[in-house]
Design a protein around this ligand. Sequence first.
Ligand code: NAP
Length: 259
Amino acid sequence: MDLGIRGKTALVCGASQGLGRACADALAAEGVNLVLLARTPSTLEKAADDIRERYGASVVTVSCDITTVQGRRDAVAACDKPDILITNSGGPPTGDFRGFSLDDWRKAVNDSMLAPLELIRMTVDGMMTRGFGRIINITSWAVKAPLDGYSLSTGPRLGLTGFSGNVARSVAAGNVTVNNLLPGVFDTERTKSLLGAQARQLGITVKELVKRQGQTIPANRLGNPAEFGAACAFLCSAYAGYITGQNLLMDGGRYPGIF
Ligand code: NAP
């Protein structure tokens, strides 16, 4: 299926690996021009080269920290007319809330709520003027199901979720949509590092822990980032203009509720 977005331009944050990279791949496969950003130039350039080679896509890179004011300025300077915005970064640390300082909370709110909010503010009016916009925030299943040790993720991301719900309604008439994608457990570098730490604590191998995790998921496996990218590309498509203000949970059926 041709998603009808060939020639559009996407600003993809946190794009050198993992879920952001998967979104970049899926958009490139649809003929979307990409502006990719991440902090580490070497891995970012490697991802960009790989995407150019695989899809023949036009790819510009911006090495910056999206959680800083300057980083966001650099990103928008490199992509001043995005049709598609994917907000994403590395995610906050896990742990018991008793161990988190006020500064830890400020950082988490800045990284997981204010940074995406600011990027939306800086780009959404241009999308309205041009009559097309697709904004996707990569959040987390922790928004729907409070998880032990994930308080720094749940709180700030719920703030972003509330904001996106509001802004989605205010821009819908301009063919601009705002949706959140909520990953469950996907097979990415971040997941490997989180599972690695957990496996060490339990005294088992990562392979064994992945198997145990899989058994708690009805799909009986971790998510494949390509599946995530495909869902993202569809929500960015010309055909998804009537889907807005939504939170799409992708967790292999792990969340136990009907809705
Ligand atoms: P990942 O594999 O660690 O990839 C993160 C990407 O973001 C990298 O390209 C990284 O490159 C970039 N990045 C990190 N901090 C950044 C910053 N401040 N500015 C710009 N780029 C930044 O992570 P992932 O697994 O894809 O997860 C992506 C998001 O989804 C995270 O917020 C995570 O908490 C959330 N999530 C993931 C899962 C999952 O199963 N994977 C589940 C729930 C929620 P640099 O380090 O070079 O900047």
